[in-house]
Design a protein around this ligand. Structure first.
Ligand code: ADP
Length: 414
């Protein structure tokens, strides 16, 4: 792991505490990176510090060497007489002469605390050497040392969790960016392809005098090209609107006028489906917002209302100033309706109900995700009420002005 500065500072303070309060002239903390232990905090004399900072010890050898050690809670004490020599070349041995007596500290004695993560994996060691009294530690010293080991372990685990979290967030950002790049490339390619298909259909229509079957086939190809273009447009819009810090063009926009334009645009499709569309505008429903995005928002709601209605259905669009400030837009239909389970998911990207009545109608499941994103960028809210078989009402509430940064950047009047 990369040792961040905060962790290194904490471990250094703990090593100083061990030196002062446990009674060892040398205390060091080493951490595991790629299976190798290396010192990250140490207190002692200059020679020891320099030597320890250079040392690298494979964890596997450390574990083998410590296997016959005495177990004192989290501490491991390996008396010189049990040393296996596995760490030869990977350890520092002080140049001292041992005192007399059975509890004298031997220069080859090894005492350390294990720093483990929540899964019990060894992540580091807190080691001590050179006891000031020249003796192996008594019970009181062991207890104090144990306390420092637990503190070091906590600091280490917290830093690991923080690192995991940062890594996860970075990965999510990278995936989101990758998705947007793919969508950009795909939409560019597919838009070009759809345009080429539409042009070819046009040329064929003009050059030949198509019979009914050929005309129907050309219409089908043309309709397919239109579908590709519309899905690609939705994908590109969603990718653009999802970009962090996306800039909104904010100008005073009359939502009543937007609704009127959108209804005009969809009039032919509504007539074809035998669905009537009415509009009621009250007061002066002006919001500060991006006219293109607001147009797209109303358009997606209206085209759904028409699409998910059966012949003879009625769609009612109403726009009015909100009670406090801002504007309320309602798009209500008498169509197929949405059950409770689907209602909870309709704003998800690519969600489409599994109901046959929905599957028979074309769609990619992006329209409402785009609506929700546009509403959020404008600092508003959107909700749906619906009863299967009776119809649905989508209600958007927008504040009079776009808040400073609800997830997008304001770019006034440009
Ligand atoms: P699409 O219409 O392309 O499938 P949308 O994101 O616009 O995608 O809508 C998601 C889903 O929500 C639809 O597939 C449909 O199940 C449901 N839905 C949306 N609007 C309506 C509506 N007015 N009436 C009934 N169902 C709707």
């Amino acid at each position: 792991m990369d040792v961040d500065k905060a962790l290194a500072r904490t471990l250094q303070l703990l090593a100083e505490g061990v030196q002062e309060f446990v009674g060892f002239d040398l205390a060091a903390v080493s951490l595991v990176t790629d299976g190798v232990l290396h010192t990250v905090a140490v207190v002692g004399d200059d020679d020891a510090i320099a030597r320890l900072l250079d040392l690298r010890a494979p964890v596997e050898l450390v574990e083998r060497e410590l296997a016959p050690a005495e177990v004192w809670g989290d501490l491991r004490f390996l008396p010189a007489e049990r040393a296996g020599g596995h760490l030869a070349g990977h350890e520092w041995v002080p140049d001292i002469v041992a005192l007399d007596g059975p509890d004298a500290w031997d220069p080859d004695d090894l005492l350390c605390g294990l720093l483990r993560d929540d899964d019990g994996q060894l992540r580091g060691l807190l080691s001590v050497d050179l006891p000031r009294n020249g003796r192996r530690p008594d019970v009181a010293q062991r207890e104090t040392l144990q306390m420092y080991v637990r503190l070091a372990e906590r600091a280490l685990v917290t830093a690991l969790e923080r690192g995991d979290l940062e890594e996860r967030v970075e990965r999510e950002h990278a995936v989101a960016e990758y998705r947007r790049t793919i969508i950009d490339v795909l939409s560019h390619e597919l838009r070009g392809t759809a345009a080429a298909i539409a042009n070819t259909v046009e040329v064929l229509r003009r050059r030949t005098a198509p019979d009914d079957a050929t005309r129907a086939a050309l219409d089908a190809v043309d309709g397919g090209a239109d579908r590709i273009t519309s899905v690609v447009d939705d994908m590109a819009a969603l990718a653009k609107l999802g970009r962090p810090g996306v800039a909104l063009r904010v100008v005073p926009t009359d939502l009543g006028a937007v609704a009127r334009d959108v209804i005009g645009f969809h009039a032919a499709a509504a007539r074809l489906r035998d669905v009537s569309v009415s509009l009621e505008v009250r007061g002066s429903p002006v919001v500060a917002g991006d006219p293109e995005d607001l147009d797209r928002m109303v358009s997606n709601l209206l085209s759904n209302a028409v699409k998910y209605s059966d012949p003879g259905g009625r769609v009612r669009v109403s726009v009015r100033p909100a009670a406090s400030s801002g504007v309320v837009l309602e798009v209500a239909d008498t169509g197929i309706g949405i059950d409770a389970a689907d209602r909870a998911r309709v704003f998800e990207e690519f969600f489409r109900s599994r109901a046959g009545a929905v599957r028979r109608r074309a769609g990619a499941g992006l329209g409402l995700a785009i609506v929700e994103r546009i509403v959020a960028l404008h600092g508003g809210s959107v909700r749906v009420e619906s009863a299967p078989g009776e119809g649905s009402t989508f209600t958007v509430e927008l504040p009079a002005d776009v808040p400073r940064s609800p997830g997008g950047n304001r770019n006034a009047g440009s």
